[in-house]
Design a protein around this ligand. Structure first.
Ligand SMILES: [Zn+2]
Length: 416
């Protein structure tokens, strides 16, 4: 009896063990078949969900998280929810700021998926900077005109990116636990309403000198305020390359509009030869709008000395660009009317006189004032751009005009 009981007891025991074992094994199997990159950080921070869903848990990186952290802080500082149409994000992430050897494009996804601002929604300006520029983020609220700026500490970021290579889960978890001040410096919040800055420039000048936005003050006050006024998307792409919006860039944008109307080409990248004479900010607009890069041999740049400038008279004083169409062998010399800009922007004499005095507020004051005035004329390029000369040419002359040592204005009879 006892034996029998114990026998059946053993059998029951074995059966229980078998069931438990199977359950354990299947549990282990489940664990093993989960994504190999499964990490704990996601369950600890639910607000990471949109970002993690987008990049994939197995590919989540410290770079994604720095974008998340910047956006998350800005959302608290400015009091906005993800997807708020009044918010503009700006960053040099991925274009082309690097952290040591690490490229920074992952931070873009961190911003886009956290704040839900994007280039497709025209609520993200990706500012071009050199490879060794600090990685920075800015968020601007159209309603309050407040702007939050965060600059990533390169050394901290690099440490975590190095750690990520050998122990990603631990690196991500540790990075998420860092305080904002340990990742970013400076973290600044300023009101950059153009009307306020123009009416009372001294306090802002102090902040410009103090580099409250890490040296990006002029970029941010112009990009943000003009975006709030309804910056067209093609102009935004021009500004991304140029880093800021100045009246020089706007003049270039207007010249491209004038050329589209008065000297059109079905294939600008292949047909146009553009000579920038003299070059100024405008020429970045030509490159973006017509894809007439120097590297495509579609853009030639020729400086004019003070003496050469003095030799220009009449309409030729306005000279800005020569456009040649290689398909038709026709050319046009266009000019830009700066006195007209002073007029429409109601520039005080002192602002014109001190336009290049970078020791006072006048330099940014004058540019911001003109920027804002010109926004009302983006569709009226003919008010500022003029045709100085139209001409017929030949492949031989085109080669000559673009060759080193040749002054195309002399060649075309515009300058003695
Ligand atoms: Zn400029």
């Amino acid at each position: 009896m006892i034996k029998r009981i114990s026998k059946s007891g053993i059998l029951v025991g074995l059966a229980i063990l078998l069931v438990l074992g199977t359950a354990l094994l299947s549990g282990c199997a489940k664990e093993a078949s989960a994504p190999s990159g499964k990490i704990s950080v996601v369950s600890d921070y639910p607000s990471l969900t949109p970002l993690v869903d987008f990049v994939g848990e197995e590919d989540l990186s410290v770079l994604n998280l720095v974008g998340f952290k910047a956006a998350d802080r800005a959302m608290k500082e400015l009091g906005f929810e993800r997807g708020d149409p009044d918010i503009l994000a700006l960053t040099d992430a991925g274009y082309i700021a690097q952290i040591g050897e690490y490229t920074s494009e992952g931070a873009l996804d961190g911003v886009i998926m956290t704040a839900a601002t994007s280039q497709g929604k025209a609520s993200l300006i990706n500012v071009h900077k050199p490879y060794n520029s600090p990685l920075w983020f800015a968020f601007f609220d159209k309603k309050s005109k407040n702007c939050v700026y965060l600059e990533a500490k390169s050394d901290v970021l690099k440490t975590y990116l190095d750690r990520e290579k050998t122990g990603r889960d631990a690196a991500l978890t540790a990075f998420m636990k860092l305080k904002d001040g340990e990742i970013f410096s400076p973290i600044a919040k300023e009101n950059i309403d153009a009307a306020k800055l123009l009416n009372n420039p001294e306090p802002w000048q102090e902040k410009m000198v103090a580099r409250v936005f890490g040296g990006n003050e002029f970029s941010l006050i112009t990009l943000c305020n003009l975006w709030a006024m309804g910056l067209p998307n093609d102009f935004m792409k021009v500004a991304e390359l140029h880093d800021h919006i100045c009246p020089g860039l706007t003049s270039g944008y207007m010249i491209t509009k004038y050329i589209k109307e008065n000297f059109p080409s079905a294939n600008p990248r292949n047909e146009y030869t553009v000579i920038a004479i003299p070059p100024w900010c405008k020429d970045d607009a030509m490159i973006q709008i017509f894809e007439t890069n120097v590297g495509h041999k579609a853009m030639y740049v020729k400086h004019l000395t003070k003496e050469q400038q003095k030799a220009l008279s009449g309409e030729a004083k306005k000279v800005a660009n020569i456009f040649i169409n290689k398909a038709t062998n026709k050319g046009i010399v266009v000019g830009f009317d700066w006195p007209k800009v002073y007029e429409v922007a109601e520039m005080p004499d002192e602002a014109i006189a001190k336009f290049r005095d970078f020791t006072t507020y006048w330099w940014w004051w004058g540019r911001l004032k003109e920027d804002i005035a010109l926004m009302g004329y983006l569709d009226k390029p003919e008010d500022f751009v003029c045709t100085i000369k139209e001409f017929d040419t030949t492949p031989e002359q085109i080669e000559k005009l673009t060759t080193a040592g040749v002054n195309p204005l002399v060649e075309l009879g515009i300058m003695p």
